[in-house]
Design a protein around this ligand. Structure first.
Ligand SMILES: NC(=O)c1ccc[n+]([C@@H]2O[C@H](COP(=O)([O-])OP(=O)(O)OC[C@H]3O[C@@H](n4cnc5c(N)ncnc54)[C@H](OP(=O)(O)O)[C@@H]3O)[C@@H](O)[C@H]2O)c1
Length: 311
Protein backbone atom coordinates (compact mmCIF):
# COMPACT_ATOMS: atom_id res chain seq x y z
CA UNK A 1 0.00 0.00 0.00
CA UNK A 2 1.31 3.46 -0.83
CA UNK A 3 1.72 5.66 2.23
CA UNK A 4 -0.71 8.20 0.77
CA UNK A 5 -3.36 5.59 -0.13
CA UNK A 6 -6.84 6.56 1.08
CA UNK A 7 -7.74 4.01 3.77
CA UNK A 8 -11.22 3.97 5.34
CA UNK A 9 -11.33 2.32 8.77
CA UNK A 10 -15.01 1.68 9.51
CA UNK A 11 -15.48 1.61 13.30
CA UNK A 12 -12.28 3.59 13.97
CA UNK A 13 -13.36 4.55 17.50
CA UNK A 14 -13.89 0.97 18.69
CA UNK A 15 -11.40 -1.41 20.31
CA UNK A 16 -10.34 -2.98 17.02
CA UNK A 17 -10.78 -0.01 14.68
CA UNK A 18 -8.83 2.37 16.92
CA UNK A 19 -5.95 -0.12 17.16
CA UNK A 20 -5.85 -0.47 13.36
CA UNK A 21 -5.94 3.32 13.02
CA UNK A 22 -2.97 3.72 15.43
CA UNK A 23 -1.02 0.98 13.63
CA UNK A 24 -1.59 2.54 10.21
CA UNK A 25 -0.43 5.92 11.58
CA UNK A 26 2.60 4.26 13.22
CA UNK A 27 3.55 2.72 9.86
CA UNK A 28 3.36 6.14 8.15
CA UNK A 29 0.00 5.97 6.36
CA UNK A 30 -1.13 9.57 6.12
CA UNK A 31 -4.48 9.48 4.35
CA UNK A 32 -6.78 7.75 6.83
CA UNK A 33 -10.55 8.21 6.72
CA UNK A 34 -12.68 7.75 9.85
CA UNK A 35 -16.32 8.64 10.39
CA UNK A 36 -18.24 8.57 13.64
CA UNK A 37 -21.69 7.00 13.63
CA UNK A 38 -23.17 10.51 13.78
CA UNK A 39 -21.32 11.44 10.59
CA UNK A 40 -22.05 8.18 8.76
CA UNK A 41 -24.55 5.56 9.93
CA UNK A 42 -23.33 2.43 8.17
CA UNK A 43 -26.79 0.85 8.36
CA UNK A 44 -28.00 3.56 5.97
CA UNK A 45 -27.31 2.32 2.43
CA UNK A 46 -27.87 5.69 0.77
CA UNK A 47 -25.48 7.43 3.14
CA UNK A 48 -22.78 4.79 2.56
CA UNK A 49 -23.18 5.10 -1.23
CA UNK A 50 -22.82 8.90 -1.01
CA UNK A 51 -19.78 8.48 1.25
CA UNK A 52 -18.03 6.13 -1.21
CA UNK A 53 -18.74 8.47 -4.13
CA UNK A 54 -17.35 11.47 -2.25
CA UNK A 55 -14.35 9.94 -0.46
CA UNK A 56 -13.24 7.30 -3.01
CA UNK A 57 -11.18 5.19 -0.61
CA UNK A 58 -8.51 2.84 -2.02
CA UNK A 59 -8.71 0.44 0.92
CA UNK A 60 -11.48 -0.39 3.39
CA UNK A 61 -11.26 -2.13 6.78
CA UNK A 62 -14.61 -3.34 8.15
CA UNK A 63 -14.11 -3.05 11.94
CA UNK A 64 -17.59 -1.65 12.56
CA UNK A 65 -20.25 -3.97 13.94
CA UNK A 66 -23.04 -4.14 16.46
CA UNK A 67 -21.32 -6.14 19.21
CA UNK A 68 -22.48 -7.31 22.62
CA UNK A 69 -22.80 -10.18 25.07
CA UNK A 70 -25.30 -12.97 25.62
CA UNK A 71 -27.96 -10.73 27.16
CA UNK A 72 -27.85 -8.23 24.30
CA UNK A 73 -27.92 -11.02 21.70
CA UNK A 74 -30.93 -12.63 23.40
CA UNK A 75 -32.94 -9.45 23.75
CA UNK A 76 -32.09 -7.75 20.43
CA UNK A 77 -31.82 -10.54 17.82
CA UNK A 78 -33.09 -8.23 15.06
CA UNK A 79 -30.44 -5.61 15.75
CA UNK A 80 -27.64 -8.20 15.81
CA UNK A 81 -28.75 -9.81 12.57
CA UNK A 82 -30.14 -6.83 10.65
CA UNK A 83 -27.65 -4.11 11.62
CA UNK A 84 -24.66 -6.35 11.00
CA UNK A 85 -26.00 -7.64 7.67
CA UNK A 86 -26.72 -4.09 6.53
CA UNK A 87 -23.32 -2.75 7.64
CA UNK A 88 -21.57 -5.59 5.76
CA UNK A 89 -23.72 -5.36 2.66
CA UNK A 90 -23.48 -1.57 2.43
CA UNK A 91 -19.71 -1.55 2.93
CA UNK A 92 -18.88 -4.57 0.76
CA UNK A 93 -21.28 -3.87 -2.11
CA UNK A 94 -20.33 -0.17 -1.99
CA UNK A 95 -16.63 -1.07 -2.12
CA UNK A 96 -17.23 -3.05 -5.31
CA UNK A 97 -19.26 -0.21 -6.87
CA UNK A 98 -16.61 2.35 -5.90
CA UNK A 99 -13.74 0.24 -7.30
CA UNK A 100 -11.99 -0.16 -3.93
CA UNK A 101 -8.63 -1.92 -4.44
CA UNK A 102 -8.84 -4.11 -1.36
CA UNK A 103 -11.19 -4.68 1.58
CA UNK A 104 -10.54 -6.47 4.86
CA UNK A 105 -13.60 -7.82 6.66
CA UNK A 106 -13.30 -8.71 10.35
CA UNK A 107 -15.39 -11.47 11.87
CA UNK A 108 -14.99 -13.34 15.13
CA UNK A 109 -14.45 -16.82 16.53
CA UNK A 110 -18.21 -17.13 17.24
CA UNK A 111 -18.65 -18.11 13.57
CA UNK A 112 -17.45 -21.62 14.45
CA UNK A 113 -19.78 -24.49 15.40
CA UNK A 114 -20.45 -24.79 19.13
CA UNK A 115 -18.87 -28.24 19.39
CA UNK A 116 -16.07 -27.82 16.83
CA UNK A 117 -12.80 -29.57 17.71
CA UNK A 118 -10.14 -27.43 19.43
CA UNK A 119 -8.11 -25.50 18.47
CA UNK A 120 -10.45 -23.98 15.88
CA UNK A 121 -9.21 -24.36 12.32
CA UNK A 122 -10.56 -22.28 9.46
CA UNK A 123 -11.97 -25.36 7.72
CA UNK A 124 -14.40 -26.02 10.61
CA UNK A 125 -16.71 -23.24 9.37
CA UNK A 126 -20.25 -24.52 8.69
CA UNK A 127 -19.54 -28.05 9.91
CA UNK A 128 -22.10 -28.01 12.75
CA UNK A 129 -24.73 -26.03 14.72
CA UNK A 130 -23.76 -22.62 16.13
CA UNK A 131 -23.78 -21.57 19.78
CA UNK A 132 -27.45 -20.53 20.22
CA UNK A 133 -26.66 -17.60 22.55
CA UNK A 134 -24.99 -15.60 19.80
CA UNK A 135 -26.22 -17.20 16.60
CA UNK A 136 -27.76 -13.95 15.27
CA UNK A 137 -24.39 -12.29 15.36
CA UNK A 138 -22.59 -15.39 14.07
CA UNK A 139 -24.95 -15.81 11.09
CA UNK A 140 -24.37 -12.17 10.11
CA UNK A 141 -20.59 -12.60 10.40
CA UNK A 142 -20.67 -15.78 8.29
CA UNK A 143 -22.67 -13.82 5.70
CA UNK A 144 -19.89 -11.19 5.72
CA UNK A 145 -17.26 -13.84 4.92
CA UNK A 146 -19.47 -15.24 2.16
CA UNK A 147 -20.11 -11.77 0.73
CA UNK A 148 -16.37 -11.24 0.39
CA UNK A 149 -16.01 -14.63 -1.31
CA UNK A 150 -18.97 -13.92 -3.63
CA UNK A 151 -17.66 -10.50 -4.75
CA UNK A 152 -14.25 -12.07 -5.36
CA UNK A 153 -15.71 -14.87 -7.50
CA UNK A 154 -18.27 -12.88 -9.46
CA UNK A 155 -16.52 -9.51 -9.75
CA UNK A 156 -12.84 -10.29 -9.15
CA UNK A 157 -12.66 -8.04 -6.06
CA UNK A 158 -9.69 -8.39 -3.71
CA UNK A 159 -11.84 -8.72 -0.58
CA UNK A 160 -10.32 -10.76 2.28
CA UNK A 161 -11.56 -11.80 5.74
CA UNK A 162 -9.90 -12.36 9.11
CA UNK A 163 -11.27 -13.92 12.32
CA UNK A 164 -9.72 -12.54 15.51
CA UNK A 165 -9.70 -14.39 18.81
CA UNK A 166 -10.69 -12.73 22.16
CA UNK A 167 -9.16 -9.27 22.21
CA UNK A 168 -8.30 -6.69 24.85
CA UNK A 169 -6.58 -3.31 24.86
CA UNK A 170 -7.09 0.47 24.78
CA UNK A 171 -10.63 1.76 24.15
CA UNK A 172 -12.17 -1.43 25.49
CA UNK A 173 -15.70 -1.39 26.89
CA UNK A 174 -15.79 -1.36 30.73
CA UNK A 175 -19.57 -1.38 31.14
CA UNK A 176 -20.17 -4.37 33.45
CA UNK A 177 -23.49 -5.11 31.72
CA UNK A 178 -21.93 -6.00 28.40
CA UNK A 179 -18.13 -6.00 28.66
CA UNK A 180 -15.80 -8.89 27.87
CA UNK A 181 -14.06 -10.82 30.63
CA UNK A 182 -10.76 -8.90 31.00
CA UNK A 183 -12.20 -5.36 31.12
CA UNK A 184 -14.80 -6.64 33.62
CA UNK A 185 -12.03 -8.12 35.81
CA UNK A 186 -9.93 -4.93 35.62
CA UNK A 187 -12.87 -2.80 36.65
CA UNK A 188 -13.97 -5.09 39.48
CA UNK A 189 -10.46 -5.33 40.96
CA UNK A 190 -9.92 -1.57 40.60
CA UNK A 191 -13.20 -0.75 42.34
CA UNK A 192 -12.51 -3.33 45.08
CA UNK A 193 -9.03 -1.81 45.63
CA UNK A 194 -10.47 1.71 45.98
CA UNK A 195 -13.18 0.44 48.36
CA UNK A 196 -10.66 -1.71 50.35
CA UNK A 197 -13.03 -4.67 49.82
CA UNK A 198 -11.82 -8.02 51.20
CA UNK A 199 -12.70 -10.02 48.08
CA UNK A 200 -14.00 -9.97 44.52
CA UNK A 201 -16.45 -12.55 43.27
CA UNK A 202 -15.94 -13.87 39.75
CA UNK A 203 -18.37 -15.98 37.74
CA UNK A 204 -17.86 -19.74 37.29
CA UNK A 205 -14.93 -21.96 38.24
CA UNK A 206 -12.16 -20.07 36.44
CA UNK A 207 -11.25 -23.21 34.51
CA UNK A 208 -12.39 -22.32 30.95
CA UNK A 209 -9.51 -21.79 28.54
CA UNK A 210 -9.37 -18.95 26.02
CA UNK A 211 -6.84 -17.40 23.61
CA UNK A 212 -6.31 -13.66 24.39
CA UNK A 213 -4.63 -11.27 21.97
CA UNK A 214 -3.66 -7.64 22.61
CA UNK A 215 -5.50 -5.34 20.19
CA UNK A 216 -2.33 -3.66 18.89
CA UNK A 217 -1.00 -7.08 17.86
CA UNK A 218 -4.28 -7.78 16.06
CA UNK A 219 -3.89 -4.42 14.30
CA UNK A 220 -0.39 -5.36 13.14
CA UNK A 221 -1.80 -8.63 11.81
CA UNK A 222 -4.53 -6.76 9.92
CA UNK A 223 -2.06 -4.38 8.26
CA UNK A 224 0.16 -7.39 7.52
CA UNK A 225 -2.77 -9.11 5.74
CA UNK A 226 -3.61 -5.93 3.82
CA UNK A 227 -0.03 -5.85 2.57
CA UNK A 228 0.70 -9.55 2.08
CA UNK A 229 -2.45 -11.66 1.71
CA UNK A 230 -4.80 -11.81 -1.26
CA UNK A 231 -6.37 -15.27 -0.83
CA UNK A 232 -10.02 -16.27 -0.64
CA UNK A 233 -9.88 -18.44 2.52
CA UNK A 234 -10.35 -16.37 5.67
CA UNK A 235 -7.54 -16.32 8.24
CA UNK A 236 -7.66 -16.84 12.02
CA UNK A 237 -5.72 -14.37 14.17
CA UNK A 238 -4.88 -15.48 17.71
CA UNK A 239 -2.04 -15.44 20.22
CA UNK A 240 -1.54 -19.17 19.80
CA UNK A 241 -1.71 -20.17 23.48
CA UNK A 242 -4.56 -21.04 25.78
CA UNK A 243 -4.96 -19.41 29.17
CA UNK A 244 -7.46 -20.22 31.92
CA UNK A 245 -9.78 -17.51 33.20
CA UNK A 246 -8.23 -18.16 36.63
CA UNK A 247 -4.73 -17.32 35.29
CA UNK A 248 -6.15 -14.25 33.61
CA UNK A 249 -7.89 -13.12 36.82
CA UNK A 250 -4.75 -13.65 38.93
CA UNK A 251 -2.69 -11.61 36.45
CA UNK A 252 -5.27 -8.79 36.41
CA UNK A 253 -5.55 -8.80 40.25
CA UNK A 254 -1.77 -8.51 40.66
CA UNK A 255 -1.41 -5.76 38.03
CA UNK A 256 -4.32 -3.72 39.40
CA UNK A 257 -2.82 -4.15 42.89
CA UNK A 258 -5.88 -5.56 44.64
CA UNK A 259 -4.62 -7.42 47.72
CA UNK A 260 -7.86 -9.29 48.53
CA UNK A 261 -9.16 -12.73 47.58
CA UNK A 262 -10.87 -13.98 44.46
CA UNK A 263 -14.01 -16.01 45.19
CA UNK A 264 -15.18 -18.24 42.34
CA UNK A 265 -18.98 -18.46 42.24
CA UNK A 266 -19.45 -21.92 40.77
CA UNK A 267 -23.25 -21.54 40.76
CA UNK A 268 -22.72 -19.29 37.71
CA UNK A 269 -22.15 -20.84 34.26
CA UNK A 270 -18.65 -21.37 32.87
CA UNK A 271 -19.51 -21.26 29.19
CA UNK A 272 -17.60 -23.37 26.66
CA UNK A 273 -14.77 -25.17 28.52
CA UNK A 274 -12.21 -24.49 25.79
CA UNK A 275 -12.19 -22.04 22.90
CA UNK A 276 -8.80 -21.71 21.24
CA UNK A 277 -7.80 -20.49 17.80
CA UNK A 278 -5.50 -22.36 15.47
CA UNK A 279 -3.43 -19.49 14.03
CA UNK A 280 -0.95 -21.62 12.13
CA UNK A 281 -2.01 -20.17 8.74
CA UNK A 282 -1.12 -16.58 9.64
CA UNK A 283 2.00 -17.72 11.52
CA UNK A 284 3.12 -19.55 8.35
CA UNK A 285 2.61 -16.33 6.38
CA UNK A 286 5.13 -14.63 8.67
CA UNK A 287 3.17 -12.73 11.35
CA UNK A 288 3.63 -13.33 15.10
CA UNK A 289 2.12 -11.56 18.14
CA UNK A 290 4.56 -9.52 20.27
CA UNK A 291 2.69 -8.57 23.43
CA UNK A 292 2.66 -11.11 26.27
CA UNK A 293 -0.23 -11.14 28.72
CA UNK A 294 1.66 -9.34 31.51
CA UNK A 295 2.61 -6.43 29.23
CA UNK A 296 -0.79 -6.29 27.56
CA UNK A 297 -2.76 -6.24 30.83
CA UNK A 298 -0.46 -3.48 32.19
CA UNK A 299 -1.14 -1.41 29.08
CA UNK A 300 -4.89 -2.08 29.26
CA UNK A 301 -5.00 -1.10 32.95
CA UNK A 302 -3.06 2.08 32.18
CA UNK A 303 -5.69 2.96 29.56
CA UNK A 304 -8.49 2.20 32.05
CA UNK A 305 -6.89 4.47 34.66
CA UNK A 306 -6.50 7.30 32.18
CA UNK A 307 -10.13 7.03 31.12
CA UNK A 308 -11.92 6.02 34.33
CA UNK A 309 -9.39 6.46 37.14
CA UNK A 310 -11.98 8.11 39.33
CA UNK A 311 -14.59 5.31 39.24
N1 LIG B 1 -13.48 -7.23 20.96
C1 LIG B 1 -13.20 -8.50 20.71
O1 LIG B 1 -12.78 -9.26 21.60
C2 LIG B 1 -13.35 -9.03 19.32
C3 LIG B 1 -12.94 -10.35 19.10
C4 LIG B 1 -13.07 -10.88 17.83
C5 LIG B 1 -13.59 -10.12 16.80
N2 LIG B 1 -13.98 -8.83 17.03
C6 LIG B 1 -14.56 -8.14 15.90
O2 LIG B 1 -14.00 -6.86 15.65
C7 LIG B 1 -14.98 -5.98 15.16
C8 LIG B 1 -14.99 -4.71 16.00
O3 LIG B 1 -15.21 -5.07 17.36
P1 LIG B 1 -14.82 -4.12 18.59
O4 LIG B 1 -14.55 -5.00 19.74
O5 LIG B 1 -13.83 -3.11 18.15
O6 LIG B 1 -16.22 -3.41 18.85
P2 LIG B 1 -16.50 -1.92 19.39
O7 LIG B 1 -15.41 -1.50 20.30
O8 LIG B 1 -17.89 -1.92 19.89
O9 LIG B 1 -16.42 -1.05 18.07
C9 LIG B 1 -17.38 -1.16 17.05
C10 LIG B 1 -17.37 0.10 16.27
O10 LIG B 1 -18.36 0.02 15.24
C11 LIG B 1 -19.09 1.23 15.21
N3 LIG B 1 -20.44 1.03 14.71
C12 LIG B 1 -21.36 0.11 15.10
N4 LIG B 1 -22.50 0.28 14.42
C13 LIG B 1 -22.32 1.33 13.58
C14 LIG B 1 -23.14 2.01 12.64
N5 LIG B 1 -24.40 1.62 12.42
N6 LIG B 1 -22.62 3.06 11.97
C15 LIG B 1 -21.35 3.47 12.19
N7 LIG B 1 -20.52 2.87 13.07
C16 LIG B 1 -21.01 1.82 13.76
C17 LIG B 1 -19.14 1.67 16.66
O11 LIG B 1 -19.47 3.03 16.73
P3 LIG B 1 -20.14 3.61 18.07
O12 LIG B 1 -19.00 3.77 19.02
O13 LIG B 1 -20.74 4.88 17.63
O14 LIG B 1 -21.14 2.59 18.52
C18 LIG B 1 -17.71 1.33 17.11
O15 LIG B 1 -16.82 2.37 16.77
C19 LIG B 1 -16.31 -6.74 15.21
O16 LIG B 1 -16.60 -7.25 13.94
C20 LIG B 1 -16.03 -7.87 16.16
O17 LIG B 1 -16.77 -9.03 15.85
C21 LIG B 1 -13.87 -8.26 18.26
Amino acid sequence: MAHDARIFVAGHRGLVGSAIWRELQRQGFTNLIGKSRGELDLVDGGAVKTFYAAEKPDYVVVAAAKVGGIHANNTQPVAFLRDNLLIELNLIHGAWEAGVKKLLFLGSSCIYPRLAPQPLKEEYLLTGPLEPTNEWYAVAKIAGIKLCEAYRRQHGCNFISAMPTNLYGPNDNYDLNNSHVLPALIRKFHEAKIASAPSVTCWGSGSPERDFLYSDDLAEACVFLLEHYDGEPFINIGYGRGLTIRELAETARRIVGFPGDIIWDTSKPDGTPKKLMDSSRIFALGWRPRTDLETGVRLAYGDFQRRFGGI
